[in-house]
Design a protein around this ligand. Structure first.
Ligand code: MCA
Ligand code: AMP
Length: 519
């Protein structure tokens, strides 16, 4: 059997000197490569001691910490399936994910143990551990009793490594099943494509990554962590993004990855200038459209051109603007603002019209992709999976875009009804469902409108039942009690009617136009 455990590939890239520093936290804690190796071995041994069935899911909702990253690596190492959950999710959301994924192990913050364990045990989970962001909790206590030696469990490239929940236009969240092979192929490609170096550079120690993103989504968990580890690169670990501190770290770092909101917030800091970034090699942006204003302002202030790339939970990274260091890949060396660059090596990308035919260059259609990075399917949803793939095996991204004559891909919109707010996805159908159930509500429409900080935010437009006295603040407060905070519309309006087309369908484009200047 081929040994394709992703952890083994990452471990093989650790530097020879295991006593050197792998992670330095914002609070000044230092973790060596040996610490990563030993602690992940202990956690992997703990997981294996539980005698879990093959393919068991380990669902994790904890605050960002180096130990939380180690738990991810330990899950890979032990051959189980990692299921990360946004810390903002509340009980109804967690109940759905746990009920749907049926994890054998759940790890939560000590403060949430009461309600999370209740949900987990009800769903049949056998083991619930806690992990605090200050190295407290039963997970580490239990792991401390296990050996710090562990042989990674052999895996096939096609074995599941993680399930990431994501949603479509309608219905509940779907679990995208990513394999060891999906993620390893993407990590290896990006290491080359983005010119990671393990030695030299201004710090003398090769690349150093500022890790500023949450670790429950593809960007922070996979692109950033795999990127650093597979290059044996040190990470400067920020538990929470804070623009001033991120800029201060840049004198000792070379690579930064962020969603556009992070760049917008750093641009608001007077300390951001050419001197502050003089050691930096690469700024990467993705997860949401980077406004051309942000791209240009960043260039003027820092002298650096942000490299924008595009990906999805289902596919990890798909396209990237070029990093000129390696001419094999850089058909053009220019990073073009407003585009997401070229399909990555190994990724096939095509643009198709509604009739299923290829669109001519420069014309807009649905983006479809194929490659070793494309997921295995949606967890326990074979019909949904079949719907999202074409007969010849391309995945329909739901993004709308075009490819120009030089090969640059531009995303112009989305056919899926999705709002991307500060890099987090918000599904209008989910929010509308909650509003429509409130007493006194006839109907609602949630739309995305431009926002200077988050790029886009949700706005709810609600119709009241005759005689009902609906208060926008009460609607928002009710939502806040039930849903993750980033999903709450930033404004709510109670109106007499919604614009409709002749079929009676709400015309969200007209609502978006009407409310576009709110912020
Ligand atoms: C926080 N708030 C938000 C958001 N974040 N509202 C809308 N959108 C958001 N993204 C609100 C909270 O509800 C709260 O409101 C208030 O802001 C303060 O919350 P706090 O958590 O303190 O906010 P923050 O620390 O300022 O967070 C902003 C942030 C964060 C740093 C931009 O949202 C973030 O880390 N975003 C990155 C997301 C990410 O990693 N995405 C990658 C997905 P109130 O006080 O009213 O409750 S991976 C992906 O998309 C694909 C695959 C890809 O290509 O990478
Ligand atoms: P997720 O469901 O979190 O995986 O979000 C994936 C979606 O984020 C994609 O389908 C795109 O709509 C969007 N996205 C990711 N990167 C970019 C980008 N650079 N520009 C525009 N949209 C992006």
């Amino acid at each position: 059997m081929t040994h394709s455990n992703l952890f083994s590939a990452l471990r093989a890239a650790f530097p020879a000197d295991l006593s050197s520093i792998a992670v330095e936290t914002d609070e000044g804690l230092l973790y060596s490569w040996q610490d990563l190796d030993r602690a992940t071995a202990m956690m992997a041994n703990l997981l294996q001691s539980l005698d879990l069935p093959e393919g068991s899911r380990v669902a994790v909702q904890v605050e960002k910490s180096v130990e939380a990253m180690m738990l991810y690596l330990a899950t890979l190492r032990a051959g189980y399936v990692f299921l990360p959950l946004n810390t903002a999710y509340q009980s109804a959301e967690i109940e759905y994910f746990i009920g749907n994924a049926e994890p054998a192990v759940v790890v939560c913050s000590p403060a949430n143990f009461g309600w999370v364990s209740k949900i987990a045990f009800k769903a049949g989970t056998q083991h619930v551990f806690t992990l605090g962001d200050d190295r407290t909790g039963s997970l580490l206590e239990r792991a401390a009793h296990h050996s710090d030696q562990h042989k990674p469990v052999p895996c096939q490239a096609d074995d599941l490594a993680a399930i990431l929940y994501t949603s479509g236009t309608t219905g509940r969240s779907k679990g995208a099943m990513l394999t060891h092979g999906n993620m390893l192929s993407n990590a290896v490609t990006l290491k080359d494509y983005w010119g990671w170096t393990a030695t030299g550079g201004p710090t003398g120690q090769g690349d150093v990554l500022i890790h500023a993103l949450p670790i429950f989504h593809v960007h922070g968990l996979f692109v950033a962590i795999h990127g650093a580890l597979i290059n044996g690169s040190k990470m400067i670990w920020m538990a929470k993004f804070e623009p001033k501190r991120a800029i201060a770290h840049m004198s000792r770092a070379t690579v930064f990855m962020g969603v556009p909101t992070l760049y917008v917030r750093m641009l608001a800091e007077p300390t951001l200038n050419k001197e502050a970034v003089k050691n930096m090699r690469l700024f990467i942006a993705g997860s949401a459209p980077l406004l051309i204003e942000t791209f240009t302002e960043w260039q003027q202030r820092t002298g650096h051109t942000i490299l924008e790339r595009y990906g999805m939970s289902e596919t990890a990274m798909l396209t990237s603007n070029p990093y000129a260091a390696d001419k094999r890949y850089a058909k053009q060396s220019e990073r073009r603002g407003g585009t997401v660059g070229f399909p990555l090596p190994g990724v096939s990308l095509r643009v198709r019209g509604d009739d299923g035919q290829d669109m001519p260059l420069g014309e807009i259609g649905g983006i479809q992709v194929k490659g070793p990075n494309v997921f295995k399917g949606y967890w326990r949803m074979p019909e949904k999976t079949a719907e999202e793939f074409t007969a010849d095996g391309f995945f329909k991204t739901g993004d709308v875009g075009k490819v120009d004559e030089r090969g640059y891909v531009t995303i112009v919109g989305r056919s899926k009804d999705l709002i991307i707010s500060g890099g987090y996805n918000v599904y209008p159908a989910e929010i509308e469902g909650y509003i429509n159930e409130m007493p006194g509500v006839t109907e609602s429409a949630v739309i995305g409108v431009p926002h200077p900080d988050f790029g886009e935010v949700g706005v709810a437009v609600v119709i009241a039942k005759p005689g009902a006295n609906l208060k926008p603040e009460a609607i928002l407060a009710d939502l806040k009690a039930k849903l993750a905070n980033f999903k709450i519309p930033k404004r709510c309006f109670v109106v007499a009617e919604l614009p409709r087309n002749t079929m009676g369908k709400v015309q969200k484009n007209l609502l978006r136009e009407q409310y576009k200047n709110l912020f």
